[in-house]
Design a protein around this ligand. Sequence first.
Ligand code: AMP
Ligand code: ZN
Length: 435
Amino acid sequence: MIYNEEFETLPREVLEALQLKRLKQVIQRVYHTVGFYRRVFDEAGVTPDDIKTLDDLKRFPFTTKQDLRDNYPFGMFAVPMSSVVRLHASSGTTGRSTVVGYTKRDIDTWSELMARCFVAAGLTKNDIIHNAYGYGLFTGGLGAHYGAEKLGASVIPISGGNTKRQIMILQDFGPTAICCTPSYALNLAEQGKAMGIDMKALNLRVGVFGAEPWSEQMRQEIENLLNITALNIFGLSEMMGPGVAMECLEGRHGMHIFEDHFLVETINAETGEVLPPGEEGELVFTTITKEAFPLIRYRTRDLSRLFTEPCRCGRTLHRMDRVMGRSDDMLIIRGVNVFPSQIEAILLAIEGVEPHYQLIVERTGNLDTLEIQVEVGEQIFSNADEVKVLQNMERRIVKDIKDYLGVSAKVKLVEPKTIQRLEGKVIRVLDKRRI
Ligand code: AMP
Ligand code: ZN
């Protein structure tokens, strides 16, 4: 089934003509409305008139997360605030988050793209969707919610957390579909089982999972435990949120990218060189219909590759492989994006803490855990109130991490020079998760 038969199955040459028309418009618009783009285009010696073919996009500069930070919070918006109807935010590399804005039409587009995703998963207006993505500043909850409503399905806005209640609702309301992070799906399955509930006997038929990396093996585990079909959905706040790309039931190999709204490239993360389809590299997206917050050649830091072969489902949209990693050090912990630099900034704001720390990420019982080991200054250990001072410090770190980043961490304060150094350097992140 296809939600927007016309646009999802355009012959490639028609799609490319549409992309070119939209690309020309967006490049013109950002040049005239966003100071940042005018400046960087001028610096690169390119003007909107240089877009004659889709290939000409290569000549334009990349946009990075740092650029968004430099223009925090609204500096990249291409419309006045009076036209912005929604704001969301995602993690930035240091203290400040990345803010994204939407016009009414942007919300409509996003809703349609999410509706396309649900239909690609075989859902219709007769389905009941249990939406366990977090509602709030995170794009997952509201994105899926609006898409479900657009489709006409019944949506249960359960949001994240409170697993026991979620299991009760899964039993009582009988949803046919579930959306959440794949690790949370496993967690629900196992907690339900532990409560003596037959999770395979629920009404669930399909799951739309994303927001964090997962493997084919995890897919199989989820499918077995919940007796459902598990599909992958990809997106990022900067592009709009979830619904940039989605697997279809028929293909289940790579996610169709909604190329009538986003142009995609893969690049060599070191050199910036554009790679041919099939080669693994960093995904770079350009929005071609967004009004409030258009982005030109945005470097996602997500590593993947593109497939251009036709798909059994009839969609002509190219596909991207599952995300295989990152070209930066961002971690996704329980669906929350965390940069080591953010943790470092929080630690260093606390007196007595040394700039030597290590983040240990593990997955126990399908839930990600974060332990922060950090060295504290010598003088603390000679303090008469040593234990109390250390306890207070630990509590403060736990609280600040939770308050600023929204993740729970275990903190272990250690003596100077305890954390192992490699060629003098502490290994900042030990990610022991087997996904
Ligand atoms: P956010 O902007 O907070 O929604 O986070 C977006 C990031 O989440 C992306 O850049 C990816 O790193 C990650 N992500 C989203 N969907 C997936 C997925 N299906 N598989 C792997 N990573 C994903
Ligand atoms: Zn397909």
